[in-house]
Write a protein that binds this ligand. Structure first.
Ligand code: F6P
Length: 341
């Protein structure tokens, strides 16, 4: 078979490991030809693709990013491509498509699948917010980077008796912030699912200082929000792809805490460092397993499905189930983390 593969949406560590796995399983075991579509769905739209051989994927297990490139694509262009899906696939000469991406990609994959394109998808995102899989690759690496940052900030915060506000990724969900916050022993963890009261955060820091602990680390997700009627703060508008933009909650929080407490507070925005670089062992393994199962799904004809981790098993789940809702941090997980503050 000739299988197209693309990576779409924001990149994350482990994408290349999936591509490598698809090539190994497809070419070595099934005799497939793998065609890499460039820059996500743009490659399909614009007919940009190149063969990916066994040699091309040597060393990819540890390489962050994606050798195929990735891009976000405006909704009207996706709609056009969906209407022309069969023709676009024919022009590229592909019999099936493996689409690797996050929520937006899975939504698009479902549209293409409904339009008759034989698609299997592989979920990825550092945010870990896809409900139908226990975890996505990229998340573990992001947590690792964020935890190390918190560890490092602690020593400098303590030396200078400062409050450090570390802003982590997570537009609508606080998985990275909660997990890295707990792992790094942050003193405050603020996530989108639980609007915060700035006065309560300030009191917690004051209380620490009274007890002689003269520094504090506050981990805040980029999408965290103050409780209504407390700190005045607004996130940005939707961008051209329909994604929420952010107003800099880390900076705002640090400035406000400094004013309230009269103690130095510094913001640290980790941003895309959480998405770059070498994937952790856990992410490499999950990505490799997803790639293996995606190829098998293609050969079984299980189109319209995506690979999901359920417990220790990889299962094939209908694409329709991928996009029903975001996986947010449930109240009991939040309650556990509150206990360690
Ligand atoms: O969805 C992954 C993610 O890294 C989010 O955590 C973050 O809000 C967003 O992508 C950033 O997107 P961009 O790279 O387009 O700024």
């Amino acid at each position: 078979m000739r299988i197209g593969v693309l990576t779409s949406g924001g990149d994350c560590p482990g994408l290349n490991a999936v591509i490598r796995s698809v090539v190994h399983r497809g070419t070595d075991v099934h005799g497939d030809e793998i065609l890499g579509l460039e820059d996500g769905f743009l490659g399909l739209l614009e007919g940009r693709a190149r063969p990916v051989s066994h040699d091309d994927v040597t060393g990819l297990l540890t390489l962050g990013g994606t050798i195929l490139g990735s891009a976000r694509v405006k909704r009207d262009r996706i709609r056009w491509a969906v209407d022309n899906a069969q023709r676009l696939a024919r022009e590229l000469g592909i019999d099936a498509l493996i689409a690797i991406g996050g929520e937006g990609t899975l939504t698009a994959a479902k549209l293409f699948s409904d339009a008759g394109l034989p698609v299997v998808a592989v979920p990825k995102t550092i945010d870990n917010d896809i409900d139908a899989t226990d975890v996505t690759f990229g998340f573990d690496t992001a947590v690792h980077v964020a935890t190390e940052a918190i560890d490092r900030l602690k020593t400098t915060a303590e030396s200078h008796q400062r409050v450090m506000v570390v802003e982590l990724m997570g537009r609508h969900t606080g998985w990275i912030t909660l997990t890295a916050g707990v792992a790094g022993g942050a003193h405050g963890i603020l996530i989108p699912e639980k609007p915060f009261d700035i006065e309560a955060v300030a009191r917690m820091v004051e209380e620490r200082f009274r007890r002689g602990k003269k520094f504090a680390i506050i981990a805040v997700a980029e999408g965290a929000q103050p409780m209504p009627g407390t700190l005045r703060f607004e996130h940005g508008q939707l961008d051209q792809y329909g994604h929420q933009t952010f107003g800099g909650i880390g900076n705002r929080l640090a400035n406000e805490l400094e004013d309230i407490l009269g103690t130095e507070a510094r913001p640290v925005i980790l941003g895309h460092t959480q998405r770059g670089g070498i994937p952790t062992a856990r992410d490499r393994v999950l990505a490799t397993r997803f790639g293996w199962h995606a190829v098998e799904a293609v050969h079984k004809g299980a189109f319209g499905h995506f690979t999901a981790l359920r417990g220790n098993e990889i299962q094939l789940v209908p694409l329709a189930d991928a996009v029903v809702r975001l996986k947010t941090v449930p109240p009991d997980r939040w309650a556990e983390s509150e206990a360690v503050l």
